[in-house]
Design a protein around this ligand. Structure first.
Ligand code: 6PG
Length: 468
């Protein structure tokens, strides 16, 4: 039966925004939060939508207040709070009810939780929700995992509240149990990579060319009208334009250069490596955040490890940096989709890559005009299933890789770190090198461990004449 009423546990920033979005779309929402003051504040500020918001005093009160079958969305921090909430809900719910986890949960935990919830006779949906507060309020992109029946019962609400790309709701049932959270994790991995490359581009203007934020902002704003059109490029322009109300200087110049992370980028890299996939651009982005936390050490190291001297930044133009970002973005998406393919094969999910690209076209953090072309490429026959070999993207890479090459070379000579751009370039060059250098790895492995190697001119396993 389709749901017309939702319960939300965890009425923080995202929970509140989703509640208002649902109410706006004509759904009733029962709300419960450990700290009731957030619910009170939400309802009192909801204006005409308040009629659709129903606060509950306790979790028991919430369950009792809701019509059956119930659908309860948890918007609580990933990890232990999710398990605690499920433990509290299981004895209160009845067969036919559904527990939805809308947080950034580890997909392996979602798999285990789904088994636990189903064993209790209930249904579960693991939904990755992207778009931040604004997306949650006006239309997020949502990636769902669970049974087809469970998804179908919730599709009317999910489709109503989702972002729309030319009327197509940015939500889909992607596979069983952990599939939705896995796709969201990889979305975040791509998000990390894209953000890191944008930060590197900004750094080249700031440290390589000495431009103030006010002069970098219009460059990003201009790029947003071209091939790089995307949410992250758009907000970069806005971040660079903002003034600090306290000092009057550019806001960006007052922000400490240390970035945290909650885990999804790291999980993407861990899962990629576990499945034998290279996620080098995402890994560089995760590593850059880790090193950013070593701020005191970096300050001490600066005068000791003096910079490389040669300055080729003057030969790097604005267009080269734009091309570096275009190339890097294509390659980061390509890495992400390879990881999705590996997981789909390992877990038997049969992921629909074109649909994933489609539901990322609006609402989510990595939304960009490029995703429409990615969906098209997946809808046609890709040579060897490789995005970068499609007619469209191979042309983009051919015409933009030169900029990435010039940017990485000039940054290296000047001693400016561009870890994600460098990883992107190395990945690109590795994937297009007909004869690589792992023949040497194989020779050494056979030399010290008799691991054997394949010959170019003969089948079977062979050994070298090393110890004759
Ligand atoms: C989104 C975001 C959102 C959040 C993540 C990543 O898609 O809306 O990915 O989920 O930004 O929690 O956060 P960290 O950068 O803290 O890991």
């Amino acid at each position: 039966m389709a749901q017309a009423h939702m319960g939300i546990i965890g009425v923080g920033t995202m929970g509140s925004a989703l509640a208002l979005n649902m109410a706006d779309n004509g759904f009733d929402v029962t709300l419960w939060n450990l700290d009731p003051s957030t619910v009170t504040a939400l309802v009192s500020g909801a204006g005409p939508l308040a009629d659709r918001l129903h606060p509950a005093e306790t979790i028991e009160d919430m369950v009792a207040k809701m019509p059956t079958p119930r659908a309860i969305l948890m918007m609580v921090p990933a990890g232990k709070p999710v398990d605690m909430t499920i433990d509290a809900l299981i004895p209160l719910l009845s067969p036919g009810d559904t527990i939805i986890d809308g947080g950034n949960s580890d997909f392996r935990e979602t798999m285990a939780r789904t088994a636990r919830v189903e064993a209790a006779g209930l249904a579960m949906l693991g939904v990755g929700v992207s778009g931040g507060e604004d997306g949650a309020r006006h239309g997020p992109s949502m990636m769902a995992g669970g049974t087809a029946e469970t998804y179908a019962s919730l599709a009317p609400i999910l489709e109503a509240i989702a972002a729309k790309f030319e009327n197509d709701p940015c939500v889909a049932h992607l596979g069983p149990d952990g599939a939705g959270h896995f796709v969201k994790t990889v979305h975040n991995g791509i998000e990390y990579a894209d953000m890191q490359m944008i930060a590197e581009a900004y750094g080249l203007f700031r440290d390589g060319q000495g431009l103030p934020a006010s002069e970098i902002a219009p460059i990003f704003k201009g790029w947003n009208r071209g091939a790089l059109n995307s949410y992250l490029i758009e907000i970069t322009g806005e971040v660079l334009s903002a003034r600090d109300p306290k000092t009057g200087s550019a806001m960006i110049d007052m922000i400490v250069d240390q970035a945290g992370q909650k885990g999804t980028g790291r999980w993407t890299v861990i899962e990629a490596i576990r499945m034998g996939q290279s996620a080098s651009i995402i890994e560089a982005a995760v590593g850059a955040r880790v090193l950013s936390s070593e701020r005191p050490t970096r300050a001490i190291a600066a005068p000791i490890l003096s910079p490389a001297g040669e300055d080729m930044m003057s030969v790097v133009g604005e267009q080269d940096i734009e091309q570096a970002l275009i190339t890097g973005r294509v390659l980061a998406y390509a890495q992400g989709f390879r990881i999705l393919k590996a997981a789909s094969e390992e877990f038997g999910w049969d992921l629909d890559y074109a649909r994933i690209a489609e539901i990322w076209r609006a609402g989510c953090i990595i939304r960009s005009s490029m995703l429409d072309d990615i969906a098209d490429a997946f809808r046609t026959d890709l040579p060897h299933g490789r995005l970068i070999l499609s007619d469209h993207f191979s042309e983009i890479l051919k015409s933009n890789a030169g900029g990435l090459r010039r940017v990485v070379a000039a940054a290296a000579l000047r001693g400016l770190p561009v870890p994600a751009f460098s990883a992107a370039l190395s990945w690109f060059d590795t994937t297009r090198q007909p004869r690589g250098t792992t023949d040497m790895i194989q020779g050494m492995r056979d030399y010290f461990g008799a691991h054997s190697f394949k010959r170019l001119d003969d089948a079977g396993d062979h050994h070298g004449p090393w110890h004759d």
